[in-house]
Design a protein. Structure first.
Length: 378
């Protein structure tokens, strides 16, 4: 039996735009003590939240998992429920310093159970059921039980790594689809920028049902990857002054590109990005820069149903009907080649442009945030 005591610790030095009422400065934005263990095919994790700003009970995850074989793994407890690869990725392996709008729109943590596994080299599946006792990325409760199915396919994953026809790079083409059904919609709709500025918020909509759809596609080969994700959410039979109506125009999408300049492979495994070994082309050789140096850019857009404004569920002071962000992040993990503990230094920039002037941005519709980040994952 193996037991490991560690955690994730993030210190940010942030500088916001002149009109932004948020305080620029240095803060611990994540303190996640973690204890994990393994005994044969059984794995378990408990990850807390010492900061306490984005979890109702100071707990992110607490689950146990048993892998019967690669095609069947059972997990139960408080889980991260991801409809897309970005939110499915452990924060230590994200190419950015925050999440895009699709992850906020349909991502959550919740009490539930999951079956997942690899069906050969081309297909990964994940089936999840939750109890509706969770919370979103921003910490507000999610009370609607959820049933979800997610598939990731590499249609040419069967190609050999040394394919003689020179088609090896085609192995990295992938696509994904996730669908979800909610027994009701007693949840808010909340969107935030990668630097956690809330740009859209409603109270619980009180719908009688809900549906979610998340599509993604991309490509990864050697140190490069490009990805696209689209999230659509519908709240059915929401009470309005005119009767019950469907709020069926809540969508967001993102496109991103990441490059390991030091040559580490971009690995997509079991629905999440993972760090890989040095392999193939490296713009910066090992003797110049140790560890991993990664550069990334991302564009994200959200467009929300105008009826939520018209029926009084939100207003143009706290929310905007459409918003977009441009993010970039440069990170360096100097000791990644030599030890399991990961120190990562990063510099990021987020530019936000909203359709409406928001109190969050000091009565303006634009904001720029700079951040210097120190991460330690033990």
């Amino acid at each position: 039996m193996e037991t490991h005591l560690g955690g994730r610790f993030v210190l940010d030095a942030s500088k916001y735009s002149y009109a932004n009422p948020s305080r620029s400065g240095v803060d611990f934005t994540e303190v996640r003590p973690r204890i994990s263990g393994r005994m044969d095919a059984l794995t378990w994790v408990v990850e807390g939240d010492a900061v306490g700003l984005r979890t109702p009970h100071h707990l992110y995850e607490a689950w146990a998992s048993y892998e019967f074989f690669p095609a069947l793994r059972l997990t139960a407890g408080q889980l991260r429920v991801a409809f897309g690869t970005e939110f499915g990725t452990d924060p230590a392996n994200l190419a950015f310093h925050g999440y895009a709008f699709p992850s906020y729109l349909d991502g959550r943590y919740d009490l539930g159970a999951r079956l997942d596994g690899d069906l050969g080299s081309a297909l990964f599946y994940e089936a999840t059921a939750t109890a509706g006792r969770g919370f979103g990325l921003e910490g507000h409760q999610r009370r609607s039980p959820l049933y979800a199915l997610r598939l990731i396919v590499h249609p040419l994953g069967w190609l050999a790594e040394n394919d003689s026809a020179g088609r090896t790079f085609l192995r990295g083409l992938y696509g994904g689809l996730a669908v979800g059904r909610m027994e009701d919609f007693k949840d808010p709709v909340i969107l935030a920028t990668p630097d956690r500025h809330v740009v859209f918020m409603t109270p619980d909509l009180g719908g009688r049902a809900g549906s979610l759809r998340h599509m993604e596609a991309g490509f990864h080969a050697g140190p490069w990857r490009a990805s696209w994700e689209l999230a659509d959410v519908t709240a059915e039979d929401v009470l309005t002054p005119a009767g019950r109506e469907d709020m069926d125009q809540m969508s967001s999408w993102q496109a991103s590109f990441a490059w390991n300049l030091t040559g580490q492979e971009q690995v997509l495994r079991r629905g999440r990005w993972e760090g890989g070994a040095r392999k193939g082309f490296a713009l910066i050789p090992r003797d110049r820069v140790p560890g991993r140096l990664e550069a990334s850019v991302r564009y994200s857009n959200a467009d929300i149903d105008r009826d939520l404004f018209n029926h009084g569920y939100t207003n143009y002071v706290m929310s905007t009907q459409e918003v977009r962000t441009f993010s970039t992040f440069l990170s360096w993990a100097p000791f990644e080649d030599r030890c399991g503990e990961k120190l990562r230094l990063g510099f990021g920039f987020v530019r936000t442009i909203a359709d409406h002037e928001l109190a969050k941005f000091g009565g303006t519709n634009r904001d720029s945030t700079y951040v210097f980040r120190i991460e330690m994952d033990l």
